[in-house]
Design a protein around this ligand. Structure first.
Ligand SMILES: [Mg+2]
Length: 222
């Protein structure tokens, strides 16, 4: 039986959604490098309270991590326990075969997406990026414009670029930073849901630890 897509643009969160055994890659990294929790928390609150723009929070985190010795190889070691969510690749492949455009809208880091070779499945990847020099030291970095509340801005921008009405968009996420984009998307699902607020906003909460459970909501058999 063939499958027809119900949505033309489907966006995914990364940390906790496509990739599991992490809540946020940032927390995984800070825990591994044992950075100062008070300094981390101060930066998080400064952003959440609207005192700092997102990129300042991002740059503060990068500074803490590099001061604690983060390099390409040690960051990859920190991410060693992370795994792809069961069924993630099969889900992405099936949605692409049905002709859906796929996007990542995430506050994660390109290092995670590269570790799992995920970029190939997506038309667009919006996340934080770090580049390393030949010795594996952090050379430069760029904050995403589309995390937390601005994930919704990212989905609207993509929908406009592809001329897809918001009613034909869907989003899959797991935590509080997905609430705004879940509200904005035509249809939204939570998997590995860690936020009561998100659970209250999405159309469907997936209970299974398997990404393929989203497929019946995103495709119809014809
Ligand atoms: Mg997440």
């Amino acid at each position: 039986m063939a499958s027809r897509r119900r949505y033309d643009l489907i966006a995914f969160d990364v940390d906790g959604t496509l990739v599991d055994d992490t809540v946020f890659v940032w927390k995984t990294l800070h825990d591994y490098f044992d950075t100062d929790p008070e300094s981390r928390d101060m930066a998080f609150r400064s952003y959440m309270d609207g005192k700092w723009p997102y990129h300042r929070w991002f740059e503060h985190d990068i500074k803490l991590l590099t001061e604690a010795g983060a390099t390409r190889s040690s960051m990859l070691a920190a991410l060693d326990g992370m795994r792809l969510t069961h069924g993630a690749i099969e889900t992405l492949t099936t949605l692409r075969e049905a002709g859906a455009r796929l996007a990542i809208i995430s506050g994660s880091i390109n290092v995670v997406v590269e570790k799992f070779d995920l970029e190939q499945y997506f038309d667009e990847v919006y996340l934080n990026r770090i580049w390393f020099d030949a010795a594996g030291e952090l050379e430069r970095w760029q904050a995403t414009p589309y995390d937390v509340w601005d994930k919704a801005t990212g989905l609207r921008a993509l929908a406009a670029r592809y001329q897809i009405p918001m009613a034909r968009t869907a989003f899959v996420g797991d935590n509080f930073n997905d609430v705004a984009v879940a509200r904005e998307a035509g249809f939204s699902l939570a998997i590995h849901c860690k936020s009561e607020e998100l659970a209250g906003v999405v159309d469907v909460v997936i209970e299974e630890d398997d990404m393929r459970a989203v497929l019946p909501y995103l495709l119809e058999e014809v």
